[in-house]
Write a protein that binds this ligand. Sequence first.
Ligand SMILES: [Zn+2]
Length: 412
Amino acid sequence: MKLEVDRGRLSKEIDELALISDAEGPAVTRIVFTPTDLRARSWLIARCEEAGLAVRQDPIGNIFARWTGSEPSAPAVGTGSHIDAIPNSGKYDGVVGVLGGLEAIRALRRGGFEPRRSIELLVFTSEEPTRFGIGCLGSRLLSGAMSAEAARNLKDKEGVSLEEARQTAGLKGQLEEVRLGKGYYKGFVELHIEQGPLLEQQRIPLGIVTQIAAPATLRMTVEGAGGHAGGVLMPDRKDALCAAAELILAIESLAKASGAKDTVATVGICDVFPGAVNSIPSRVRFTVDLRDISLARRDSILRKIEGSLQSVSAERQVSIQTEQLNADAPGECDRAIVEVLSQSCKKHQLMSIPMVSRAYHDSLFMSHIVPAAMLFIPCRNGYSHRPDEYAAPTDIERGVSALAETLATLAS
Ligand SMILES: [Zn+2]
């Protein structure tokens, strides 16, 4: 089979899709179920139909575009990503995996490949959390990581529920129907820009993801006692900020002491109440983002944080409440697919290295229900989620070649 990727056409399509945006170019803003998002979806569906694929949408708006194989009932091979974009971002995040996946399918067709298993392009709804505050809505529902009930009740800032938004978008059926049946996919591969600088720095065209890190997010509230900054003497204080500071440093130490470079902990928000120069802080709220590729290690640190919390609370006589906002399990990529990806790179004389995905993707949720893996291509300076995000056409072409080769192997 002769595999030729049409780099020019793919670049043109990436540019064309970038014009369907609520931001002025080169920035892209495309938020789920807005008129702009719906226009982008129609544009994409038309491209898939042009390519001869059978298109359907599920009740959350995940788009499935299928090239039916000679054994239509055999589990299919999937590829895809997302086309929604956070405000003022770039045109490659997600899109490379969607339009690149479509071009991989077209290249296989042009090369005369005849798949035994069906090959399906899957475009996930709302990978970005912009509108409903939680990312990967489509893949969470496909994998069962989120219940239909929980999804229905999500609301955007205007108070519009996900249920209303999807119905207004014309999506039929019940969210319960979204969950994928067992054995739907034989395997799933997502092509994506790295969103980090490693491939570019090492001048390596492709990264094969072996593990996808996942965060546990906590919100902690420390309640102490306020008072006048002059009137209350030090022995009598229950300063909520000092307690929070001690806890934040304890969290940093626990992450550093985990013994693995993949453990990272971040406190990115800290609100101090009442927030006056001459007032002892009575209440502090802060968030903790703790990530790892090992669920066991991450959860053991969560337990240790609980221990620090109790000792700080006892010593400083403050109360500390913890709310767990999410705790998705990290993902393991499928070893067999990782091997196929590596062989595909070799076949096209492309260097590749194994990588950890530190951002999370729809493939994280897919990896919990089907054998899945990811393929990264370099992006300039590692920039992503900003208008100057850029991936070179040759790098995209290499990614699409390796992807097409992989899909062919898996579908044979
Ligand atoms: Zn993405």
